[in-house]
Write a protein that binds this ligand. Structure first.
Ligand SMILES: Nc1ncnc2c1ncn2[C@@H]1O[C@H](COP(=O)(O)OP(=O)(O)OP(=O)(O)O)[C@@H](O)[C@H]1O
Ligand SMILES: [Mg+2]
Length: 309
């Protein structure tokens, strides 16, 4: 069983204007789309597109929380969210006729002590030695940066495997509990080590730091420069394909989804690498965070080249 955790989900509201935005005036919206957003939710959607299944959990509240939950259920994703008193946030993107995007992101709800404990209890109840729990994304208000660390300790007690895609202070704390798989992008990796830039040798060396701490698999994604895949035994590098980019948002989440899905089925490491690259490259060709159709992934998979370094 794969469980994805999104602590700070959002309704992503995309409004398309037919005329340029006028500040201080009435602007008429030509088209509007609502999507359930959040990094764990992106992972769940990609797993579904691969033909797999995962349970989405995290905090949701109020009318927008209900809307988000309904969208996932309608899509065929089982949910086990903790219902909170405050309202789930809405992030609004305004698209002007020239294609420029103006964003308004809400801070999100404040989570109470009781709600935090409910989530931990729920996760611990659901998890067992066959579970893969994916922890991704930012921490909402009212929640300490130690939350992921504490969840990892509790999940490891239940013998579940934990995959994490976390940045900043929560990432630093999470490392104390040693997740089983890490997926930082290059920027998140550099920020962990307080560096501005790194060449290939340095990137691999930073990845190996986590392996030495006990992490089993480290996936470092570097956008258009591809990705590195590191275990205790092997290090592989994969260049990204030269493809038509529509949106790179969520490409890293789609890699995480493949690793969780392949790991659950006991698939080979090299196969997971190849599939994760094909899925991520295909994801980049779609608008927003939407997973690519299977045919696109199948078209790209034979073009992926893996090099051992
Ligand atoms: N411009 C691009 N061209 C081709 N492939 C890309 C591009 N950007 C990303 N990718 C593919 O997607 C993978 C993940 O991308 P990236 O490093 O941007 O992840 P990320 O920053 O974690 O994304 P997110 O957090 O939004 O999900 C890359 O390793 C690469 O295979
Ligand atoms: Mg990412």
């Amino acid at each position: 069983m794969i469980i994805t955790v999104t602590l700070n989900p959002a309704i992503d509201k995309t409004a398309v204007l037919s005329k340029d935005i006028k500040v201080g005036d009435i602007n008429r919206i030509h088209d509007i789309v609502y999507d359930a957003g959040g990094k764990g939710i992106n992972v769940s959607r990609t797993i579904l597109s691969l033909g797999g299944s995962s349970i989405a959990t995290g905090f949701i509240g109020g009318y927008f929380g209900m809307m988000l939950e309904r969208e996932l259920v309608d899509a065929g994703i089982p949910v086990a969210f903790v219902h909170i008193d405050a309202e789930t946030r809405t992030n609004t993107k305004i698209i002007s006729p020239d294609g420029s995007i103006t964003e308004f992101n809400e801070p999100g709800p404040v989570i109470s002590e009781f709600e935090k404990n409910r989530l931990k209890e729920k996760l611990v109840d659901m998890a067992d030695e066959n579970s893969i729990v994916v922890l991704s994304g930012s921490v909402p208000q009212g929640v300490e940066p130690t939350i992921y660390r504490d969840l990892i300790y509790a999940l490891h007690e239940k013998k579940a495997r934990v995959f994490s895609d976390i940045e900043g202070e929560p990432f630093r704390y999470a490392m104390e509990a040693v997740p089983d798989l890490l997926k930082p992008n290059k920027k998140e990796l550099l920020s962990f080590f307080g560096k501005e830039s790194a060449d290939e040798d340095e990137i691999v060396e930073m990845g190996k730091y986590f392996i030495d701490k006990g992490v089993k698999t480290v996936v470092i994604s570097c956008g258009k420069d591809g990705a590195y895949f590191i275990t205790k035994e092997k290090t592989y590098k994969c260049p990204a394909l030269d493809i038509q980019v529509a949106s790179t948002v969520g490409a890293g989440d789609s890699m995480m989804a493949v690793f969780a899905y392949f790991c659950e089925r006991g698939y080979d490491f090299k196969d997971s690498i190849k599939a994760s690259m094909a899925v991520a490259n295909a994801c980049v060709t779609t608008e927003g965070t939407r997973p690519a159709p299977r045919e696109k992934v199948e078209e790209l998979i034979d073009k992926i080249v893996i090099e051992e370094i």
